[in-house]
Write a protein that binds this ligand. Structure first.
Ligand code: CTP
Ligand SMILES: C[C@](O)(CO)[C@H](O)COP(=O)(O)O
Length: 233
């Protein structure tokens, strides 16, 4: 008998938030009624078909254990690495019961505004695709390429240009192997799709809400608060 593929999740949360520049990592900053990371984890916990969520944390993290979600039976704590891709690889390794054909959603701790609707759509369309899929948003501004002097070299046709968001959904074995390949080839990737692309694969782009912002700079926190308030209505 062939078992139905299961669904797992990984939350990379081992970053320091250097660009944000707060006294503590940005994922632990308060956003409305809870911290940024609690919003992100709770969005995934709402999906009962996710078997477990591996959260990659800085090895010296002393914030996470005080959060109530740290005690959830589906939440697993794992040490992250020096780069996001290393944190994701460590978290995958910690999901010991995952089979190669299972699916895994990777979602930034720093994206608290993802909607349930977008997660559901990603799972539905991604699991039906041979490679997997990512949430993404088409670029809406006119795009320029700059010279080394900060002048405009050219205007880039934005027709086929998308911003990569998370979650990103892939087969567990494919993602593990792609990240291993990039590590061995010393290719530094900033998202999971790039790792698959380096292996010659073409993941599907699933249009998601542009409200699914990544908290990167201080202004993003205020914007996220407005978006989360809108969710409640
Ligand atoms: N070594 C790292 C670096 C980043 N991340 C996580 O990857 C996500 C996206 O990364 P980014 O927004 O770049 O976060 P930081 O690395 O914390 O930010 P910065 O680059 O400004 O330091 C975040 O949830 C972050 O915690 C991680 O798990 N491990
Ligand atoms: C994965 C990601 O959120 C896609 O936009 C992004 O790449 C995270 O890291 P970055 O360092 O801010 O590029």
């Amino acid at each position: 008998m062939i078992n139905k593929p299961r669904l797992w999740a990984v939350i990379p949360a081992a970053g320091s938030g250097a660009r944000f520049g707060a006294a503590l990592p940005k994922q632990y900053l308060k956003l409305a009624d809870k911290t940024v990371i609690e919003h992100s984890i709770s969005k995934l916990l709402m999906h009962s078909d996710i078997a477990a969520i591996a959260v990659a944390l800085h090895p010296d993290d002393h914030f996470f254990s005080s959060l109530s979600c740290a005690n959830d039976s589906r939440v697993l704590r794992v040490d992250g690495g020096s780069e996001r891709a290393h944190s994701v690889a460590n978290a995958l390794a910690a999901l010991e019961k995952a089979a190669d054909s299972d699916w895994v959603l990777v979602h930034d701790a720093a994206r608290p505004c993802v909607s349930n609707r977008d997660i559901k759509r990603l799972i539905e369309l991604g699991c039906a695709h041979s490679v997997g899929a990512i949430l993404a948003s088409p670029v809406v501004d006119t795009v320029k390429r700059s010279t080394a002097l900060g002048e405009i070299a050219e205007t880039v046709d934005r027709k086929d240009i998308w911003r990569a968001l998370t979650p990103q959904l892939f087969r567990y074995g494919d993602l593990r192997d792609a990240l291993r390949f990039c590590h061995d080839q010393q290719l530094l990737v900033t998202d999971e799709a790039s790792a698959l692309e380096h292996c010659g694969r073409q993941p599907l782009l699933v249009e998601g809400s542009p409200r699914n912002i990544k908290i990167t700079y201080p202004d993003d926190l205020a914007i996220a608060e407005v978006f989360l308030r809108g969710e409640e209505q």
